[in-house]
Design a protein around this ligand. Structure first.
Ligand code: NOJ
Length: 722
């Protein structure tokens, strides 16, 4: 008789329970570890023997070099199939391995970094783009990705701000949900889908001083209102796995926190999937001094609810002794194993783990994938400055105006893929120069080697318009790549200033993995376009916007500070105390307190007018919703997209609240002259927060609903919750 766990028609719960009842302690321990890549590459026969003995349940397909460097060790589908075959046909119970890789924002078709994606304010497009990414990665035999990241980032010195969706919990949650839907689809067992992983649970993005891996400190109020909501949204969206972070949170390293993982995540919020540790986060428990040694770290982590140890850390070495000595109960181990098996059953691994070796040639960089990545790259661009409407440029015909395309990013390629790109290929990246060239084949476009400022200057002198492409290398962004001072890389301020001396209109395209203010750009540039790290299609996207084939439609998901000293700076600030009566009070003597460019801001080639803001009722009671509407009119001459934002302000509450909190947004496309009435529903969900009663609740009283084009919007309607 066939065992229940092998029956694809049996329920996942029954299959898990049946399989668990058949497993030895050694086989269970095999499931709670994730083997690092080297063990197979270095000793294939020994590794396969381990697979036969049920010692390995999962593999991380990382690079042999440190993960921030890419394109060194491509995924090999034949190896993956060999391991699957060995597990299925030669191990006692035939439990398949699950293969994970950091497919963060692209496989071979590489999207813009998540911070740029959030600038699109278009979650639907992000979902569709991740569907393409999932299809490409799945064709490589990858089952599981360690994305999306849902850390809220309020310190752009932190290199991993690239992987975030910026400073706001609502925006972060919306994009994280979109990425999860894109990766997992309606049925994660679909062979074109991946298991997603919400990370890093929790608060990792608050590392002090922007120093990756540093201590984090958040009050319970901030943790609950700002840090945890995106994770709650991910759980509600059905994310299959979560990753526990490296960080110490106020004295409680999260990977050892029973309160947060077993308590908040699993018990309170009903997360039924797998929690995987981050690389080293179990070993850190002893290093931080909250566990005695490796064995104690393993005990602490599994009791906290960390089901799977990335890179095996301590679980494989100590779990047997911990269980046999009674330090870890079999029930605790069983629960971890059951969760991992559940993930494997749910993603269809038991039923068909193999990948067709030939599939990749049909799927990688499929036309529709490239088209989606291009559209997302276009919508990720944020126009921050456009003096006298210098942009869009007219596409020059033969003999027309000469455009100089110069600067460190005029011809760069690798840098646009960002630091968390493992499989993108340089030959697939269109540089900004190439994009402009392709968009205006007749035009006279000149360029120079970025190494020589004098040569770039000469090009500028010859040209009628200068497009200067500046910014960071990917090597200054990403994991462990923080900066202490938010400035452009050395020499670029001077470059902007010297090219401005050419006297030609100066268009700056800034390619950075974080907001970076530039005094020279502020002083001298006629236009500033943030292109972030835009992925393989960056060059075509920039050209489309420069030439007005598309109006820019991105808006900032993170404030651009005036200087490093303003950090932390974010829009959802609370009211200032004490000095409120001094209208001319300036928080800093040396600089404005406002950011250089605020959250939610971005220019368009059109102009939008907001009018007729209205609410359908002045009061609601529990369970009811009000509808807020506003008329948006495109007063410009071109079709363009606008992002309409809705913020909430609570007038009297049991704890202090920000003056503005984003609770909704719509991205619309309007023809020249067209008007659209946009509406938002507001109910308890939008009004609730974690207050003095230590739970989420919409407290009765007066609220203002503020609607407009960015976080400085002032048009409001009032609403009373009675
Ligand atoms: C460490 C990073 O923090 C995490 O985000 C990543 O997924 C893992 N390494 C695996 O590479």
């Amino acid at each position: 008789m066939m065992e229940i766990y092998k029956d694809p028609n049996a329920s996942v719960d029954d299959r898990v329970a049946n399989l668990l009842s058949l497993m030895t302690l050694e086989e269970k321990i095999g499931q709670v570890g994730q083997t690092p890549m080297l063990e197979y590459e270095e000793n294939r026969e020994e590794y396969l023997q381990g697979v036969r003995e049920g010692r390995y349940g999962s593999r991380i397909l990382a690079n042999t070099a440190w993960a921030g460097n890419c394109m060194e060790k491509p995924v090999n589908t034949e190896e993956i199939n060999e391991i699957h075959k060995t597990a299925l046909e030669e191990s006692r119970l035939g439990i398949p391995l699950i293969f994970a890789r950091d497919v963060i924002y692209g496989q071979e078709t590489v999207l813009p970094i998540p911070l740029a994606q959030a600038s699109s304010w278009n979650p639907q497009l992000v979902e569709e783009s991740y569907t393409c990414v999932a299809r490409e990665a799945a064709a490589m035999g990858i089952d599981w990705t360690f994305a999306p990241m849902m850390d809220v980032a309020r310190d752009p010195r932190w290199g991993r701000v690239i992987e975030t969706n910026g400073e706001d919990p609502h925006l972060t949650a919306e994009f994280a949900k979109a990425a999860i839907r894109g990766f997992q689809g309606g049925d994660v067992a679909d062979s074109e889908r991946l298991v997603a992983c919400a990370k890093h649970f929790c608060a990792y993005g608050g590392s002090q001083g922007g120093r990756d891996y540093d201590t984090t400190e958040f009050s319970e109020n901030t943790l609950q209102n700002t840090i945890l909501p995106p994770f709650k949204a991910a759980v509600d969206e059905g994310v299959e796995t979560l990753m526990s972070g490296f960080n110490d949170l106020g004295g409680e390293p999260v990977s050892g926190s029973k309160r947060l993982i077993r308590g908040w995540l699993k018990e309170e919020n009903g997360f039924a999937g797998t929690v995987v540790s981050d690389w080293g986060s179990i070993a850190d428990l002893a290093y931080f001094g909250v566990a005695e040694d490796g064995a104690d770290s393993a005990r602490m982590a599994i009791e906290a609810g960390v089901d799977l140890a990335m890179t095996n850390e301590h679980y494989q070495d100590h779990m047997q002794e911990l269980v046999e000595s009674g330090k870890v109960s079999m029930d605790v181990l069983d629960e971890a194993v059951a969760r991992i098996l559940r993930t494997k059953f749910r993603c269809g691994l038991f039923d068909n783990p193999y990948v067709d070796n030939g599939l990749k040639t049909q799927v990688l960089r499929r036309d529709d994938h490239v088209e989606k990545a291009l559209q997302l790259a276009v919508e990720s661009l944020v126009l921050l400055k456009n003096n006298d409407g210098v942009l869009p440029l007219e596409k020059p015909a033969k003999g027309g105006k000469t455009i100089a395309v110069v600067g460190p990013h005029a011809h760069s390629k690798r840098q646009h893929l960002g630091s968390w790109c493992l499989d993108g290929k340089l030959e697939d990246v269109t540089s900004i120069y190439e994009g402009i060239r392709a968009a205006a084949p007749e035009a006279n476009i000149i360029t120079e080697d970025a190494a020589f400022a004098d040569e770039m200057m000469e090009a500028a002198r010859w040209a009628d318009i200068v497009v200067l492409c500046i910014g960071e290398s990917h090597r200054r962004t990403g994991e462990a790549r923080n900066i202490s001072d938010l400035q452009l890389p050395a020499g670029q301020e001077e470059l902007v200033e010297s090219l401005a001396k050419s006297g030609k209109p100066l268009i700056v395209v800034q390619c950075t993995g974080r907001p970076v203010p530039s005094p020279a750009v502020e002083l001298y540039a006629d236009a500033l376009l943030y292109a972030w790290q835009g992925g393989t299609e960056v060059g075509h996207a920039v050209a489309k916007v420069l030439f007005g084939d598309e109006s820019p439609s991105g808006k900032l998901p993170i404030s651009v500070p005036r200087n490093t000293g303003q950090i932390p700076i974010y829009y959802s600030q609370k009211k200032l105390g004490k000095m409120r009566d001094f209208l001319d009070y300036k928080p800093y003597k040396d600089i404005e307190a406002t950011p250089l460019y605020p959250f939610g801001f971005g220019l368009s080639y059109a102009e939008f007018e907001y009018s007729e803001l209205a609410i359908d009722k002045a009061e609601i009671s529990a369970g009811e919703q009000a509808v807020v509407s506003v008329k948006v009119t495109n007063k410009g001459a071109v079709k363009a997209k606008e992002i309409v934002q809705m913020y909430v302000h609570d007038h009297v509450s049991s704890t202090t609240r920000p003056t503005h909190e984003l609770k909704g947004f719509h991205k619309l496309e309007l023809d020249a002259g067209e008007s659209i009435v946009v509406s938002f529903t507001v109910g308890e969900e939008e009004l609730a927060f974690f207050g003095a009663k230590q739970r989420f609740e919409a407290e009765k009283g007066k609220f203002s609903i503020i609607v407009g084009a960015d976080c400085n919007a002032t048009d409001r309607v009032d609403l009373e919750l009675v």
